[in-house]
Design a protein around this ligand. Structure first.
Ligand SMILES: [Ca+2]
Ligand SMILES: [Ca+2]
Length: 325
């Protein structure tokens, strides 16, 4: 009996270990909460992004104090500070959207499809303490002059950057078709190279619309949004994963796709961004401030898994002891 109990314990331990390993590729989150009236308005509130140090929160909004879609910044230290509208060019009369920083906080990337030299821009500062709308901050679009999309893709957006700054993650638009791309940094030319397609449809099968890519911190996942069937409905959030960081995002045969668990609804769920175990996204589900609102959900605490594993082991030990008596 003791040998059987030992075998059962080993088997259970392996099962728990296997489940946790398998869970690493499935992104599951807690029930989302609305970021509330400090951040959200009754207008469009989208494209949440948090700096690497976790202290700065960026998003885009159509609230009345700006003009069309503009970029806002809020402190994020023990809670959200009151968002402030960033000055021109981050709040031009065109749509300014999807801001994100380089990991050193010295570059701020954003999109503006109407401005001269666009649609992609990068603001550069010499120190993280300098506000982005300071006169000493430079704005440049020339580093994107070689960043072309394949034939037929008329527009696109820059959406995220790798931690080492070696590649951008983008969205390309070809009529009603949308696809994900990467653009490597070319140190020789000092520019971003032409966009290379990530063939999500090749992984999935079928033909979908794939938008809003963002990188996980370990860069083993690109979260993105698709409206393909088989999910809760309208736009939903998915994860494109690779086995290791040395596998290219263009290596379709090595990638897999899974629906992100716990946050999708039959409403539109878009703009995913994961930082420090918190998944931010936007949704027009009921119960918000109006229009699209920003939400966040959390990665379940690992302690939960450990607790259940310990409870399972304790129950098994009690059972085998009672069988022996
Ligand atoms: Ca949905
Ligand atoms: Ca809103």
């Amino acid at each position: 009996m003791r040998r059987l109990a030992t075998h059962l314990l080993v088997a259970l331990s392996l099962l728990v270990l296997g489940a946790n390993v398998a869970a690493a590729a499935v992104y599951r989150f807690s029930n989302p909460t609305n970021l509330g009236p400090t951040i959200n308005s009754n207008e469009t509130d989208i494209h949440a992004w948090v700096s690497d140090d976790g202290l700065r929160f960026y998003f885009a909004s159509k609230r009345p104090d700006g003009s069309d879609l503009d970029i806002y910044e809020a402190s994020l230290s023990g809670g959200f500070g009151t968002p402030s509208l960033m000055e021109d060019p981050f709040s031009s009369s065109d749509e300014d959207f999807r801001p994100f920083e380089s990991s050193d906080g010295l570059n701020l990337y954003y999109n503006n499809r109407g401005a001269a030299g666009g649609p992609f821009f990068v603001a550069t500062r010499s120190d993280k303490s300098i506000p982005w709308d300071h006169p000493g901050v430079t704005i440049d679009s020339t580093v994107f002059s070689a960043l072309t999309f394949p034939s037929g893709y008329a527009t696109g957006s820059v959406n995220d950057i790798s931690a080492d700054g070696s590649y951008l993650v983008l969205q390309g638009n070809k009529g009603s078709k949308h696809d994900l791309f990467v653009s490597p940094w070319n140190g020789t030319s000092g520019k971003w190279d032409p966009a290379q397609m990530i063939d999500v449809d090749g992984v999935f099968g079928g033909s979908g619309r794939n938008i809003h890519p963002s990188l996980s911190s370990d860069e083993l996942a690109i979260f993105f949004v698709s409206n393909r069937p088989g999910a809760p409905g309208n736009w939903d959030i998915f994860a494109l994963t690779r086995p290791d960081a040395s596998t290219a995002w263009t290596d379709t045969g090595s990638l897999s796709v899974s629906l992100v668990q716990g946050i999708n609804t039959s409403s539109n769920d878009l703009g995913p961004f994961l930082r420090n175990g918190v998944m931010y996204f936007q949704s027009d589900r009921s119960g918000g401030q109006g229009g699209q609102d920003l939400y966040r959900a959390y990665v379940p605490e690992p302690a939960t898994f450990v607790l259940w594993a310990l409870l399972g082991l304790a129950g098994l030990v009690c059972y085998t002891r009672r069988r022996r008596q």
